[in-house]
Design a protein around this ligand. Structure first.
Ligand code: HEM
Ligand SMILES: *[C@@H]1O[C@H](CO)[C@@H](O)[C@H](O)[C@H]1NC(C)=O
Ligand SMILES: *[C@@H]1O[C@H](CO)[C@@H](O)[C@H](O)[C@H]1NC(C)=O
Ligand SMILES: *[C@@H]1O[C@H](CO)[C@@H](O)[C@H](O)[C@H]1NC(C)=O
Length: 342
């Protein structure tokens, strides 16, 4: 290979740190109703199933932590690519991908090939919080969709529900997210549900066989033991806080009372470096809202710097002349292909 050609090939890597800046008004000319359309579809989805708000909001975390907010999470597996949907943290757990599909379909009708799936996740997560009673904020837009996804990258980075606060501090620091960001963003667990699968270890084995996590308040542990008996159905779910449809600071009040659902939740109160934030947020909901918004914006700023595209269907890359119906095939139950062959 000639030297100029070699340099040319290396160029994208050299620019990897400098992704184009994200802007709130990115679609103001090209798709002025984009945010209205997202909010409309999210509203419909949450009337149909209130939990879909939580499930969609969680997608932002799982997308942005794996090679930046690039919609890589949304790609279905193909014969040649294991994507993120079946990774350890995501399989049988992430849900409501079909809501993203529905938003994409509406946006492709209004403004074909304009709004990225990565941006849809960011707008929909914001709307989910707002429509659950939480704060509102301006989102920055202009992300591109990835050309690939990696199950391994997701396995390597996404935290386990067994993680403790000190492990999570280290993990979040890798993304320049502070201790405050960690605690505030964990407040996302103010809405939604978790599975017994995620807590049987802390209920029955945390300190050895038959030894529960001592930080669970005893009455609450009895309730969890009933919900999730040893050897029971791991797919049974419980609320992540006592008001799982309302975005509020109940989650932090619960942690103070030993009523955290996940080990990663309760350990934010037992660990000395995170406890002051938990206490403050339990007493001051507006401070929680402010710090949560700051955290979501930082989370949304994570970018891979890799080349991307505007996908027409969030589940597949825009292969030239390829029909995604042939490319995907087998696999996830909620798969829905639409509006692609027009
Ligand atoms: C700090 C580290 C975190 C850990 C260890 C963690 C772990 C988990 C686990 C284990 C579940 C339940 C999954 C299941 O049992 O199937 C869950 C649910 C959820 N997580 Fe997290 N999470 C973390 C941070 C976040 C962040 C930063 C967000 C969003 C910004 C988030 C949003 C959610 C939501 C909304 C749900 C409920 C989803 C639903 O009901 O479908 N989590 N998380
Ligand atoms: C957190 O977990 C790690 C790994 O299991 C362990 O080494 C560490 O001592 C724990 N930290 C706290 C504060 O419990
Ligand atoms: C964290 O900040 C440092 C210093 O500003 C920067 O070099 C690095 O790229 C950032 N890392 C991430 C994941 O944003
Ligand atoms: C939960 O349900 C899924 C799909 O029906 C099944 O494959 C999985 O094994 C179940 N998981 C647990 C922990 O029971």
């Amino acid at each position: 290979m000639s030297l100029p050609l070699l340099l040319f090939c290396l160029l994208p890597a050299a620019f990897s740190a400098a992704s184009p800046p994200l802007l709130p008004e990115y679609y103001a000319k090209s798709c002025p109703n984009a945010e209205l359309i997202v909010r409309y579809v999210m509203t419909k989805a949450m009337i149909r199933e209130p939990r879909s708000g939580a499930s969609v909001m969680r997608l932002q975390f799982h997308d942005c932590f794996v090679n930046g907010c690039d919609g890589s999470l949304l790609l279905d597996d193909t014969p040649t690519m294991l994507g993120e949907k079946l990774s350890l943290s995501n399989i049988n757990s992430l849900r409501s991908y079909e809501v993203i599909d529905e938003i994409k379909e509406a946006l492709e009708t209004a403004c074909p090939h304009t709004v990225s799936c990565a941006d849809i996740v960011i707008m929909a997560a914001r709307d989910a919080v707002l429509l659950s009673g939480g704060p509102n904020w301006d989102v920055k837009l202009g992300r591109k969709d990835s050309l690939t996804a990696s199950q391994k990258d997701s396995d390597d980075i996404m935290p386990s529900p067994r993680a403790n606060a000190s492990m999570l501090i280290d993990l979040f620091a890798r993304f320049n997210l502070s201790v405050k960001d960690l605690v505030a963003l964990s407040g996302s667990h103010s809405i939604g549900k978790g599975r017994c699968f995620s807590i049987v270890f802390r209920l029955y084995s945390q300190l050895g066989p038959g030894q529960p996590d001592p930080s669970i308040e005893p009455k609450f542990r009895e309730k969890l033991d009933q919900l999730c008996p040893l050897g029971g159905d791991g797919n049974v779910t419980g609320g992540l806080d006592f008001t799982p449809q309302v975005f509020d600071n109940q989650y932090f009040k619960d942690l103070v009372n030993g009523h955290g659902f996940l080990n990663s939740d309760e350990s934010l109160f037992t660990y000395v470096k995170t406890r002051p934030y938990v206490r403050r947020y339990s007493e001051d909901e507006s401070e929680f809202f402010r710090d949560f918004v700051e955290g979501m914006i930082k989370l949304g700023d994570l970018q891979s710097g890799r080349p991307g595209e505007i996908r027409r269907n969030c589940r597949v890359v825009n292969g030239r002349g390829r029909r995604p119906v042939d490319v995907v095939g087998g696999g996830l139950k909620d798969r829905k292909i639409f509006g692609y062959e027009r």
